[in-house]
Design a protein around this ligand. Structure first.
Ligand code: AHM
Ligand code: MG
Length: 330
């Protein structure tokens, strides 16, 4: 594809995806791109507009909401308000999924974390928007149970990373492509065609402040990667931004693994399966990487609830496979 390809042109030229039409893909990704542009501006201007700090409420999983969390959710919902193909949205910031369209064309469901890494909002550090699209298998009144599909059923997934630049990354099962926001012209422009995750990497990304709470398998894995062994490129280097999207993006480009395991107090860890881990696992696999709960493929896990958590290890396939071996040995 030629240099200077906008997301819109790319979506027209790339054509169809799996069994769905190219028009559907455009209908789904255009609101994501719009939300990404609006949120890039909101994040950029937040300190000047009095939009930093806490909003004062808790979200569905007990996190204190930041003002930007609430804004992020409103922006995504507004962007999809005129998208007739999305029947409903499940969001980290919504107690229950909400109905978006009752049209006969409403064949899809959106799962989203509108602003991931929100502890970073007040310190000018990276943030992300995560999205995953599932197919809706029936008509009639929308039920939250319709969202409880394994990540392997995602037909489209990706993220927007608000970092040193704003980057939209998506997959529909035909490679992973990244588009950088050109703020001057207000367009996402193709900058990362067919992202491939290195098979192995020397970065590990985890909140190691919690390592004493982790089980033997996780601790032994960390002991292994931090051990000096020149021939195998150890020790690995630690990189952790506090924003999963940014840390995963580094792993996708440079190789390595992001890790958020469970511990005795929270056996399923912190991150949510449906709208954080599964969409990113879909991107990682499509880029040639892997994602695991520590004991198996993350995309095979069927959620029991919209806000269900899961342990996750995601990134380079060899790193994830090695982690699973340490977890199996315990
Ligand atoms: P959030 O959705 O409330 O922002 O939480 C998810 C974030 C991830 O982006 C990040 O990797 C992790 O939580 C950081 O958690 P911790 O502060 O426990 O390291
Ligand atoms: Mg989140």
């Amino acid at each position: 594809m030629a240099a200077g390809t906008t997301l819109t042109r790319h979506l027209i030229e790339e054509g169809g995806w799996r069994n769905d039409g190219a028009q559907d893909l455009r209908s789904l990704l255009e609101p994501i791109a719009l939300a990404g542009k609006v949120l890039a501006r909101e994040v950029d201007q937040a300190a000047l507009a009095g939009k930093l700090g806490l909003a004062g409420d808790q979200n569905a999983t007990g996190d204190m909401q930041k003002k930007l969390d609430v804004i992020g959710n409103d922006v995504v919902m507004d962007a999809f308000s005129s998208c007739s193909v999305v029947a409903g949205i499940a969001s980290e910031e919504l107690e229950e999924p909400v109905v978006m369209s009752t049209s006969d064309d409403a064949r899809y469901l959106l799962c989203t974390d509108p602003l991931d890494g929100s502890s970073n909002t007040d310190v000018n550090a990276p943030l992300g928007t995560i999205f995953g699209i599932l197919r809706r298998h029936r008509g009639g009144e929308l039920s939250g149970e319709e969202f409880l599909q394994p990540g392997s059923e995602l037909v489209c997934a990706g993220y927007v990373l608000y970092g040193t630049s704003t980057l939209l990354v998506y997959t529909v099962g035909a490679g992973v492509h990244g588009f950088t926001l050109d703020r001057g012209v207000g367009e996402f422009v193709l900058s990362h065609h067919d992202i491939r995750c290195p098979e192995a990497g020397k970065i590990y990304s985890a909140n190691v402040g919690r390592h004493k709470e982790w089980g033997a398998g996780v601790r032994k894995y960390l002991d292994h990667v931090t051990e000096k062994d020149k021939p195998t490129g150890r020790p690995h280097s630690l990189r952790y931004t506090g924003a999963l999207v940014a840390d995963l993006h580094r792993c996708l480009l440079d190789g390595g693994m992001y890790l958020y395991p469970g511990d005795p107090g929270s056996p399923d860890g912190k991150l949510r399966l449906l709208y954080e881990c599964a969409p990113l696992a879909c991107v990682a696999e499509q880029a040639g990487g892997a994602a695991s709960t520590g004991h198996g493929r993350l995309l095979d896990v069927v959620p029991g609830a919209v806000h269900q958590r899961t342990p996750i290890a995601i990134g380079s396939a060899e790193n994830v496979a090695l982690y699973e071996r340490f977890m199996a040995e315990g």
